[in-house]
Design a protein around this ligand. Structure first.
Ligand SMILES: Cc1cc2nc3c(=O)[nH]c(=O)nc-3n(C[C@H](O)[C@H](O)[C@H](O)COP(=O)(O)OP(=O)(O)OC[C@H]3O[C@@H](n4cnc5c(N)ncnc54)[C@H](O)[C@@H]3O)c2cc1C
Length: 490
């Protein structure tokens, strides 16, 4: 890839155990502080590009979605199939390399990359194969949700994906994953019926309800702690090709009344209907009246995936709540709805997130949310309140995914341009998060965590599931080889 390679390129890198071993509780036998990486040994077993810092494509390949993460791996091994994932795992083991695994690269904590180690990059693997009769799809680990939606919608089928089409399927599903179809069909991980996993010892195993059931329990919510998922099998459901969807904008002054309305309306609403409430400054978009550009607004991102006549009826109370600034809800292709907000979430910006499950939105919470809308520090930021429930809460509690019965989620997505001073954005985020603490359930969704310490990882699973995950980790990855994730310490 790119510039000339020395016959035997050698890099100096800290070993996996050279990195912060006390903090991560390393059990790996090696304690070497440095090692050299004989890349040609990897090349001889590998298919696909192996990118090093001297290669032309390095900067692009090393970057992840969150522009605040700037790490410099020694090697980026772009995999072309399970065999090379196995080769990369074995090579990293032999040479005691820190390993990061990259699916879609969207993780806010930047766990898809690392300093000095090896990135097992799956992003070139993007095939989706649909079996319309069985209503299943086999999905490669580098796919983003737009890939899956494109293929499955050809048959009027869908799996519950995320609300931005460029988000990776792999990290999303391994951590749970919710979106516009979750109230109807559960989390993405509820719809995972099988997966191929390359374990820390380099063996590949298939997991399903009848094979390696303990690991199947763990990969549905437990993240990348147990191995590299080389393939995913999803159950699909009829949805689309058109759904009712779009945004309804209201002025900020209406935020308290609208939030109070939503807390009463959503719990009893149809499961085909999803409403993500977005509080932000209005974009200078042609569809927003010019006098509101840059002013705080509250918008409902609405999707109804059911019967058209029913959809209109189910949405009527929300539409008649008050005269909006603009109502953009209309029938659209499901694939278009899935990409509706993509433009606001392009890669390459600084991002800082805080999130918690809420116990509800009592009046005190309404006040806090409305006050912080007025003081929002960046025109690129938003904070969202989502209500799940429905099938998300009803599905069997048979996986590592936790907190499904907590329907309210607060997600603060602070975002600003690279190079802009960060402090006021961090302060605003922390102050909103702190002020919402009285309404927090003390639980967090693992896929929205940054690098927030071990207590927060525990909060993502709860004590019982965390202990079960530790036992599983001890069984499948006692050396904590897969540690760049929301880490379950063995
Ligand atoms: C713009 C945006 C929108 C989002 N929207 C939603 C949403 O609607 N709903 C929701 O639930 N979440 C959402 N998220 C959060 C999302 O679920 C996480 O960011 C998730 O980690 C993304 O997965 P990825 O494959 O892109 O991430 P990556 O950064 O590639 O990986 C994330 C983690 O998973 C591990 N991993 C990745 N691939 C594999 C693999 N094949 N095998 C083993 N481990 C692997 C990585 O090592 C890392 O620890 C969103 C995130 C962003 C940035």
């Amino acid at each position: 890839m790119g510039g000339a390679q020395p016959l035997q390129a050698v890099f100096t890198a800290r070993s996996i155990c050279g990195l912060d071993v006390t903090a991560i509780g390393c059990h790996h036998p090696c304690m070497a502080t440095s090692t050299s990486i004989p890349i040609d040994q990897l090349r001889s077993r590998f298919r696909g590009p192996i990118i090093t810092p001297s290669d032309a494509g390095y900067e692009a390949a090393a970057a992840v979605w969150n522009g605040s993460i700037r790490r410099r791996p020694a090697l980026i091994a772009q995999c072309t199939g399970a065999a090379v994932v196995i080769a990369a795992v074995q090579f990293a083991r032999e040479h005691r390399l820190l390993v990061a695994v990259r699916g879609g690269g969207h993780n806010i904590a930047g766990n898809a990359t690392c300093d000095e180690g090896l990135v097992i990059d799956l992003s070139r693997l993007r095939t989706v194969r649909v079996d319309p009769k069985a209503r299943t799809a086999q999905v490669d680990p580098g796919c983003v949700w737009g890939d899956v939606d494109h293929e499955t919608q050809a048959f009027g089928l869908a799996a519950p994906g995320g609300i931005v089409s460029t988000t990776g399927v792999a990290g999303f599903t391994l951590g749970g994953g919710f979106g516009h179809l979750t109230r109807r069909f559960g989390f993405a991980s509820d719809n995972l019926v099988g997966a191929d996993i390359v374990l820390a010892d380099g063996n590949l195993v298939h997991v399903s309800a009848t094979e390696n059931e303990d690991l199947f329990w763990g990969v549905r919510g437990g993240g990348g702690n147990f191995g590299v998922a080389a393939s995913f099998d999803f159950q699909l459901h009829p949805a689309g090709p058109e759904v009712l969807g779009g945004l309804i904008f209201h002025p900020a002054e209406r935020a308290p009344a609208l939030l109070r309305f939503l807390r009463d309306f959503l719990p009893g609403s149809a499961e085909e209907l999803t409403v993500f409430t977005v509080l932000r400054k209005a974009p200078a978009a042609p569809f927003v009246p010019a006098e509101f550009h840059g002013r705080p607004v509250i918008a409902n991102l609405v999707v109804h995936s059911g019967d058209p006549a029913q959809a209109d009826r189910d949405l009527a109370p929300l539409r008649s709540f008050a005269q909006p600034l603009v109502d953009l809800v209309t029938r659209r292709p499901y694939t278009a709805v899935q990409a509706l907000t993509d433009a606001s979430w392009l890669p390459g910006f600084e991002n800082y997130w805080k999130s918690d499950y809420l116990t509800g939105i009592p009046d005190g919470a309404v006040e806090v949310l409305a006050a912080h809308l007025d003081s929002i520090s960046s025109p690129l930021s938003d904070f969202k309140v989502a209500y799940l429930g429905g099938a998300a809460a009803r599905m069997p509690d048979d996986s590592a995914l936790s907190h499904r019965t907590f329907p309210w989620i607060l997600n603060i997505n602070t975002r600003w341009k690279v190079g802009e001073p960060a402090e006021r954005h961090l302060e605003w985020t922390r102050s909103l998060f702190e002020d919402m603490k009285p309404f927090s359930a003390g639980k967090v969704y693992v896929n929205f965590l940054m690098d927030e310490g071990q207590d927060r990882v525990r909060a993502a699973y709860g004590a019982d599931k965390y202990d079960q995950l530790v036992a599983l980790k001890r069984r499948y990855d006692p050396d904590n080889f897969f540690r760049l994730n929301q880490n379950i310490r063995p």
